[in-house]
Design a protein around this ligand. Structure first.
Ligand code: FPP
Ligand code: MG
Length: 346
């Protein structure tokens, strides 16, 4: 099989760069300090992820490795790592296993998701399905899912992980069943965002804390933090679909719109501009749309600004939850992480 060179997958420069782009120079510097504290853990994570499928053969593994060697921000493993350290647990085999499982499951969902969404670009490159085909992308996701499951140690954690997979699939099915119609509904959006985005963040924070031996109250706080983080994240993802720079997001603009996906800014906009709802209904039913013109019309309602403000509110709610967690460098790391996210929302 073709094995691509592995670039450094350290997530911190990406996060620090994000903070810098938004003028948060201090946040960027503090992030780099936390990065130094986690240096060995991140190196161990990189080594473990580099080994996944390194001796795998066939098209499925090629598709999987193609995505894995172009890492994202590694937010999920970082969440596991920091939550475990809240309870004083180092990045040992079990914590590492949960962190790897989260990253692999995330990558698996992307390989599947790009097939479902017929997406052409992922992480700034042609999606794996474009290079290797839809079948290979699905099977590559399956390989990663199997490996993810192998890395989750202990029955409680495995059960929690299976619940996440269940939530992810259910959210995608709900999204699929809505295709072809545009029915703006805040409750549906919330349920889908919780299922497809918050669920894995909840697992990472709760699971890390559980491995760190935190008590039930703190675990509930971490789960709530994961929920807030996921919602903030999804809101920003929705906004970026309409106004993101493809160079930065690594995705095409207007993809959700063309898919007839229910996104938060579209819900807010159609609550204010009834004609837009009719237009989006026709787009969801398959009529070709002028994405940029629709994006402009959405912006004119103030929906993009309000969706950003909603994202910021969730990020701030997450930040407030941190006071319920043990003080120390791990909590500082989580605080910085939330700060970088809030900057992305602002
Ligand atoms: C991205 O949403 C999609 C997800 C985070 C979840 C995808 C889940 C599945 C395909 C089902 C479960 C699969 C497995 C392997 C358990 P999006 O399309 O809104 O975001 P995007 O803009 O990044 O594509
Ligand atoms: Mg998608």
């Amino acid at each position: 099989m073709t094995v691509l060179a592995m670039p450094s997958p350290d997530p911190t420069p990406a996060l620090a760069g994000l903070a810098r782009r938004h003028g948060a120079v201090t946040t960027a510097d503090r992030l780099l300090a936390v990065r130094r504290w986690l240096d060995d853990d991140l190196a161990a994570l990189d080594a473990a992820l580099a080994a996944v499928g390194a001796d795998g053969h066939g098209l499925g593994w090629q598709a999987a490795r193609y995505l894995l060697v172009r890492p994202g921000k590694r937010l999920r493993p970082l969440a596991v790592m920091l939550a475990a350290r809240l309870g004083g647990r180092p990045f040992d085999e079990a914590v590492r296993g949960a962190a790897i499982a989260a990253e692999l499951a995330h990558a698996a969902t992307l390989l599947h998701d790009d097939v479902l969404d017929q997406a052409d670009v992922r992480r700034g490159l042609p999606a794996a399905r474009v290079v290797f085909g839809n079948h290979a992308s699905v099977l590559g996701g399956d390989h990663l899912l199997v490996q993810a499951l192998r890395h989750v140690h202990g029955e409680s954690l495995r059960e929690a992980f299976l619940d996440v997979l269940d939530a992810l699939v259910q959210a995608e099915v709900a999204q699929l069943e809505r295709r072809g119609r545009f029915e703006p509904d805040r409750g549906s959006w919330l349920a889908t965002a919780r299922g497809k985005t918050s669920s894995l963040f909840r697992f990472c924070l709760w699971g890390g804390g559980w491995l760190g031996g935190l008590d039930a109250d703190r675990l509930a706080t971490l789960a709530a933090l994961g929920d807030a983080l996921g919602l903030a994240f999804q809101l920003i993802d929705d906004v970026l679909d309409l106004e993101g720079d493809p160079e930065v997001t690594g995705k095409a603009v207007g993809a959700d719109l063309r898919d007839g996906k229910l996104t938060w800014p579209l819900i807010l906009a159609t609550e204010r501009d009834a004609e837009l709802a009719t237009l989006l209904g026709r787009a969801a039913a398959g009529e070709p749309i002028a994405g940029l013109r629709i994006a402009e019309r959405v912006r004119a309602t103030g929906a993009l600004d309000d969706a950003r403000a909603d994202a910021l509110r969730h990020a701030e709610a997450g930040r407030r939850l941190l006071v319920g967690l043990p003080a120390g460098p791990a909590r500082d790391g989580l605080a910085l992480w939330m700060e970088a996210l809030a900057r992305r929302c602002a």
